[in-house]
Design a binder for this molecule. Structure first.
Ligand SMILES: *Cc1c(COP(=O)(O)O)cnc(C)c1O
Length: 733
C-alpha cells in the first residue's frame, strides 16, 4: 500500500521543525534527533564535525522536501519533533514539584566558559564542560536557569604538533551562521545592545542566545562597530591576552552580564558565580542597591543575599589576582557609581583590607559577596576551608563556610552513539511498565513514548541497579560492546594519526596497520596538560612499561590527548616527551597521541578505552570529571585517590593508586605514586583483564564493569548534582 505524498504545508512544517531542532542543543543528547541529521548527510555529518545547523545548510531546501517524501524517514522526523515538543512542554518536572519558586525566577549562572558540544568550541577545559553539563541538567530537571558567558569568536585554541613535536596553537574564526546560536534582538528586531564602563571608555556589547533544551544561555559579544578595535577583540579568545584583557573580560561577564539580564527583564532569584571569574557581578548588584538608596554596608549585605559561589581549584594560578594599578586602570570610571571609600572598595577583594599592597583577588570578592559557597568534592572542601581560613579569623578551620557538592556529568550528552543505542535497545527489550517514577515525577511523556522513555530512565539509580543482573545484561553482551567501542576508538585514532601524519616527514610515519592492537588492554589519558596532572608519570618506569607493551600474551597500549595552555611551556614539554616516545621509542605503535583534544575526542576515548588513567598530584584535582564519563561505557577508572574518585572508589568498581594520604614533598609524592601506579597495573589491572574463562570472557573484569555502572553512574552525574545545588544552595533557606 502506498502512502499519500506529504502536502506542501506538511513539508514546510517538518522543515521548520528541523530548523528549530538544529538550533536547540537538545539534539546533542537525543540519539533519535542526532540520527536524523546524520542520515540527511552522512559524510557531511562527519566532515562538518557533527554540526546540525551546518548539515541543514548543506542540504538544500529542495532536497529536504524530496527526502521527506520517504514515509519512513518522515515518520521518524515527526516522532523526534514530537518528542522535542513534549520535552519543551513537559509540566511534570522535578523542579515544579521540588522547587516551584525557581521555575519562574531563574538561577542566573555566570561562567567564563561553557562547553556544550564539539560544534561550539568555546571552553578551555573541565570548568566549561561542567558549566555546560549543569545547564543541560537544569533543563532536564525543569529548573529556571539562565546562563551568562562570552561569545569567543575564535574560541579556544586548536592544537597542532610541529616537526619538533612542539605544540602549535592556532585559531579559527567561528561563523555564527553555522552555529546553534541566535542573535538576541530588541523590540524593533535590532540586536539588543547594552554597555559597560571600562578603563577609558564605554564598551558596547550584544548577545547570542544558545538554546539548551528549555534553558537559555547568553553569550556576550563586544564585536560591534561602535567599539574601538581592541574592545571588539575583548571577546576574541577564551582567556586570551594578558591580565588587562582578563580583567576586562571579567568586567564584561560580571557587570555586563547583570545589565544584560536586566535589559531582558529577567529577575533571577539567585546569582551563581561559577568560579571567581564571574565575581564582578556582585559590584553591579551593590551599585543597583545603592541606586535604590542603600548605604554601602546595606548594599553589600543585600547583594550577598542573592549570590552563591563555587570554587573549582586549589591551584594558585586558578585564582585571579589583579594589581591595585590594574584595578584602578580598568575600573576607575565604573568605580564612581559605587559610593564607598577606596579601602572599602579594594577591601572587597583583599584578605586584609588595610593592606594597600595586597592585590585584588576575585575569589576573595566572591567569598565576601556570597551567602553560600562550595567546593567540588569532599577533599576539595577541606582544602578550600584551609586555603581561605584567613578570611574568617573568628572561625576554626572546619567551620569556614565553604561546603561541597561533588561534580558530575550530563550522562546522555557524554554517551557515545552506539552506547545510547545499546541502552535504548536494552530498555525496549525489557519494557519497565512497573518502573517507579523518579523523585518528583508524576505522569510523564516517557510513559506514552517508549522510544524516548530510556532518556528519562537513564538517570534513575534503579536502571543502573539492574546492571548487576546477568539476566538483564549478559557478560557476553557487555564484552561485545567493549570490543565494539575499543575498535571504534582504534579506527578513529588511526584515521586521526593518518591526517596528523601528513604534516610529518617521511621517517616519522607509522604504518596504519601497525598502530594499536584491537585486542590490547587500552589505557587512556586525556585532559588539559597542566603540570600537576602529571601526564608522563607512567613513563617514569620506562623499561618496565616497554616490557608490558611488548608482552605478546597480555599486551597493553596507551592513547593520550590533551592541550597545554599556550603560555605553559612545561606542559608543552610533557606533550613533546610523550609524542617523542610514541614515534622513536620501543613504545612506537603502542602509544599514540591524538592531536587537538576536544569534546569529540574525549567522548570517543572514554568510550573506547578499557581503563581511564588519572594521576594528579593530590589534592590538586579538586574533582575531575573525565573519569565520570567512563562508567556508562564500561570503562574502568585507575586513579589517584583525589577529587571524586576518593569518594567513588569502593574496592570493587575500579582501581586505586595509593591511598587516602599523600607525602608532603612533591618529589616523595611523585616517586610513591609512580611506584604504586606500576604495582596496581601489574598486580591488579593486567591480571584481571587477561584472566579469561573457557569461553574467552574476563568474568572478573566484567564484574568490575557492572559494579562501576551500579555504584558510580547514578551518583556522579549532573542530574544528581543540580538537584543538590537546588536543595542546598538555590532555594531560599
Ligand atoms: C571532561 C573533559 C575535561 C575535564 O577532564 P578532567 O580529567 O576532569 O580534567 C576537559 N576537557 C574536555 C574536552 C573534557 O571532555
Amino acid at each position: 500500500m502506498t502512502k499519500k505524498p506529504l502536502s506542501a504545508s506538511e513539508l514546510t512544517e517538518l522543515i521548520v521543525g528541523l530548523n528549530r531542532l538544529a538550533r536547540n542543543l537538545w539534539w546533542t543528547w537525543s540519539q533519535g534527533a542526532q540520527e536524523i541529521f546524520q542520515e540527511l548527510s552522512p559524510r557531511g555529518w562527519q566532515n562538518l564535525y557533527h554540526n546540525a545547523v551546518a548539515v541543514l545548510h548543506e542540504v538544500s531546501d529542495y532536497e529536504l522536501r524530496v527526502r521527506l517524501q520517504d514515509p519512513e524517514f518522515a515518520d521518524r522526523v515527526r516522532q523526534v519533533l514530537q518528542a522535542f515538543d513534549n520535552y519543551l512542554k513537559e509540566r511534570a518536572t522535578w523542579c515544579r514539584v521540588k522547587a516551584p519558586s525557581l521555575v519562574d525566577r531563574p538561577v542566573a549562572y555566570f561562567t567564563a566558559e561553557f562547553g556544550f558540544h564539539e560544534t561550539l568550541p568555546i571552553a578551555a577545559g573541565g570548568l566549561g564542560m561542567l558549566a555546560g553539563d549543569h545547564a543541560k541538567s537544569a533543563s532536564d530537571l525543569g529548573l529556571g536557569f539562565v546562563g551568562i558567558s562570552l561569545f569567543y569568536r575564535e574560541g579556544y585554541f586548536q592544537q597542532a604538533i610541529n616537526h619538533d613535536n612542539w605544540q602549535i596553537d592556532y585559531y579559527t574564526l567561528l561563523n555564527p551562521k553555522n552555529l546553534p546560536i541566535e542573535p538576541v534582538l530588541d523590540a524593533r528586531g535590532e540586536p539588543l545592545v547594552c554597555d559597560v564602563e571600562m578603563a577609558t571608555g564605554q564598551v558596547y556589547f550584544k548577545a547570542w542566545r544558545v538554546n539548551v533544551g528549555r534553558c537559555p544561555a547568553y553569550l556576550l559579544d563586544t564585536n560591534l562597530p561602535q567599539n574601538e578595535q581592541h574592545y571588539r577583540d575583548l571577546t576574541l579568545r577564551v582567556y586570551g591576552g594578558d591580565s588587562t584583557t582578563r580583567i576586562m573580560q571579567e568586567i564584561l561577564l560580571g557587570i555586563g552580564g547583570v545589565r544584560f539580564l536586566r535589559a531582558l527583564g529577567v529577575q533571577p532569584s539567585v546569582f551563581h558565580m561559577n568560579e571567581g571569574h564571574a565575581a564582578f557581578l556582585a559590584l553591579e548588584l551593590i551599585r543597583e542597591n545603592q541606586a535604590a538608596g542603600m548605604d554601602f554596608e546595606q548594599a553589600l549585605a543585600a547583594a550577598k543575599k542573592q549570590c552563591h559561589f563555587t570554587t573549582h581549584t586549589p591551584v594558585e594560578a586558578g585564582h585571579d589576582r589583579f594589581s591595585p594599578t590594574l584595578m584602578q586602570y580598568a575600573l576607575h570610571r565604573y568605580r564612581t557609581h559605587i559610593k564607598c571609600s577606596d579601602e572599602e572598595f579594594m577591601g572587597l577583594g583583599r584578605v586584609d583590607p588595610k593592606d594597600d599592597e595586597e592585590s585584588f583577588c576575585m575569589t576573595v570578592l566572591a567569598l565576601k559577596a556570597s551567602r553560600t559557597a562550595n567546593a567540588v568534592s569532599e577533599l576539595h572542601g577541606q582544602v578550600s576551608r584551609q586555603m581561605w581560613a584567613a578570611l574568617y579569623p573568628d572561625k576554626p578551620v572546619d567551620q569556614v563556610p565553604i561546603g561541597h557538592i561533588t561534580n558530575g556529568i550530563h550522562l546522555l550528552g557524554w554517551m557515545k552513539g552506539p552506547v545510547r543505542r545499546f541502552w535504548r535497545r536494552k530498555l525496549s527489550d525489557a519494557p519497565s511498565a512497573d518502573r517507579q517514577p523518579l523523585a518528583g515525577e508524576t505522569t510523564s511523556f516517557w510513559m506514552r513514548k517508549p522510544a524516548f522513555a530510556w532518556e528519562h530512565e537513564v538517570n534513575s539509580p534503579e536502571f543502573w541497579q539492574r546492571m548487576d543482573d546477568p539476566n538483564f545484561l549478559s557478560d557476553e553482551e557487555i564484552w561485545a560492546l567493549r570490543y565494539k567501542l575499543r575498535r571504534e576508538l582504534i579506527e578513529f585514532a588511526r584515521r586521526r594519526l593518518l591526517i596528523q601524519g601528513q604534516r610529518l616527514s617521511q621517517g616519522d610515519f607509522i604504518a596504519f596497520d601497525q598502530l594499536l592492537n584491537p585486542d590490547a588492554l587500552t589505557i587512556g589519558f586525556a585532559r588539559r596538560f597542566a603540570t600537576y596532572k602529571r601526564a608522563p608519570l607512567i613513563f617514569q618506569q620506562f623499561d618496565n612499561i616497554v616490557r608490558l607493551v611488548q608482552d605478546k600474551e597480555r599486551p597493553l597500549q596507551f592513547v593520550f590527548a590533551g592541550k597545554a595552555h599556550p603560555r605553559d611551556d612545561e606542559g608543552k614539554r610533557f606533550i613533546q616527551h610523550i609524542i617523542h616516545l610514541s614515534k622513536y621509542s620501543e613504545l612506537k605503535g603502542h602509544l599514540v597521541f591524538i592531536e587537538n583534544y576536544d569534546v569529540h575526542v574525549a567522548r570517543t576515548m572514554v568510550a573506547g578505552c578499557d581503563v581511564w588513567l588519572n594521576n594528579p598530584r593530590r589534592p590538586l584535582e579538586a574533582s575531575g570529571t573525565s573519569g565520570q564519563k567512563a562508567g556508562c561505557h564500561g570503562c574502568l577508572n585507575l586513579s589517584i585517590m583525589d577529587g571524586w574518585w576518593r569518594e567513588g572508589y569502593d574496592g570493587t568498581n575500579g582501581f586505586a593508586i595509593g591511598d587516602d594520604t599523600h607525602p608532603a614533598s612533591i618529589e616523595e609524592q611523585d616517586k610513591r605514586d609512580s611506584a604504586n601506579l606500576y604495582r596496581v597495573l601489574t598486580e591488579e589491572v593486567i591480571p584481571c583483564f587477561f584472566e579469561r574463562d573457557a569461553t574467552g570472557i574476563p568474568r572478573q573484569w566484567i564484574k568490575k564493569v557492572r559494579r562501576a555502572m551500579v555504584t558510580l553512574v547514578p551518583s556522579y552525574n549532573t542530574w544528581r548534582m543540580v538537584q543538590d545545588y537546588t536543595k542546598k544552595y538555590y532555594l531560599p533557606s
